[in-house]
Design a protein around this ligand. Structure first.
Ligand code: CDT
Length: 317
């Protein structure tokens, strides 16, 4: 018997700075209702889905910055989403900014949670690959201060949920093959990824025309090379003057796109996915036990970046 999961994408259009949490949660609830009407078991929302993408601003005042973070989850504002999930039997993935207390220290993370169909949090992930910069760079049209506002999380675990092995990642993580492979080595069958990707990339504006292509390329490569389903969901559109890509999609272990959002606003789209289809790839072309050669890959964890000689040529071992 196949293991089917009806997975919905809850793509969001822009969230402006003055939009309140209750307004945003009402939008998330509406997408969940639409997903439920089409038989969804799980809905995937974007990264930082409760607020505007605040790393675009240099914010010096800590009180102002803290407005964008959640201290508890669920909390008063998000409880209606949890309660709707329980009553409809629809689980969800949700990205948000987390303010945590660890050994008396305040820590900031770019976080996602996985909530099961009973409304219980069954997984938590803290973003590993934090893009952008730490200091104010006024030459940019807008900032990308994730390195300032978040600490990196510890890594990529997986959770047994929805009848399979589920992993999570956030936005920039999707561009890195290591993200998928670490989860692939744990037998992941469904990778959920929320994102906020501005069309314009200040350090490399020549990439702007390719930003949608690079999104889909990364999701498809991660899926195929690890024989896993991958679901990428955007916060899209013109938010506080910054245009972000849409292109939310569900990719099969074959690398094929099975469902896709076509707007840059709030949009729900759904696919029935068969978790057993992963085995078709994980037991053949990407049977890791049979074909991987880890003795040849040591440099991947021993080195962070390229090591170059003074003349710019790569140094051997
Ligand atoms: N949120 C996030 O991680 N955004 C980055 C923008 C980097 S510009 C290439 C992303 O990788 O989409």
């Amino acid at each position: 018997m196949s293991r089917y999961v009806n997975v919905a994408m809850g793509q969001l259009g822009p969230i402006q700075r003055n939009d309140s949490r209750p307004q945003v949660v009402a939008r998330l609830c509406e997408l969940m209702r639409q997903a439920h009407a089409l038989g969804a078991h799980l809905i995937v929302y974007p990264e930082l889905a409760l607020t505007t993408f605040f790393p675009r601003w240099y914010i010096e005042d800590e009180h102002d910055l803290n407005q964008f973070y959640e201290r508890d989850m669920p909390n008063l504002a998000t409880e209606p989403l949890f309660s709707l999930a329980r009553s409809l039997g629809v689980g969800f993935y949700l990205g948000y900014a987390e303010l945590a207390q660890e050994a008396g220290c305040q820590m900031r993370y770019n976080t996602s949670i996985l909530v099961d169909r009973a409304g219980q949090i069954v997984g938590k992930y803290r973003k590993v690959h934090l893009p952008g910069h730490r200091d104010h760079e006024p030459w940019r049209r807008f900032q990308h201060l994730e390195k300032r506002y978040f600490s990196p999380g510890p890594g990529f675990g997986v959770t047994r949920a929805f009848g399979g092995v589920v992993g999570m990642a956030l936005c920039n993580d999707r561009r890195w093959p290591e993200t998928y492979r670490v989860m692939g080595l744990q037998g992941v069958e469904l990778v959920l990824i929320g994102y906020n990707t501005p069309v314009h990339n200040a350090p490399a504006p020549e990439h702007d025309d390719l930003s949608l292509f690079h999104n889909q390329l990364s999701l498809q490569a991660g899926a195929y090379q690890n024989g896993t389903w991958v679901v990428g969901v955007a916060k899209a559109g013109l938010e506080e003057g910054v245009d972000s890509i849409g292109g939310s999609c569900i990719v099969a272990p074959s690398g094929e796109v099975m469902a896709r959002c076509h707007t840059k606003g709030d949009e729900m789209a759904i696919a029935r996915i068969d978790l057993d289809f992963c085995a078709v790839y994980q037991r053949t072309t990407f049977n890791f036990d049979l074909h991987r050669q880890p003795q040849a890959y040591g440099m991947i964890v021993q080195r962070k970046g390229q090591t170059l000689a003074a003349d710019g040529t790569p140094l051997g071992e």
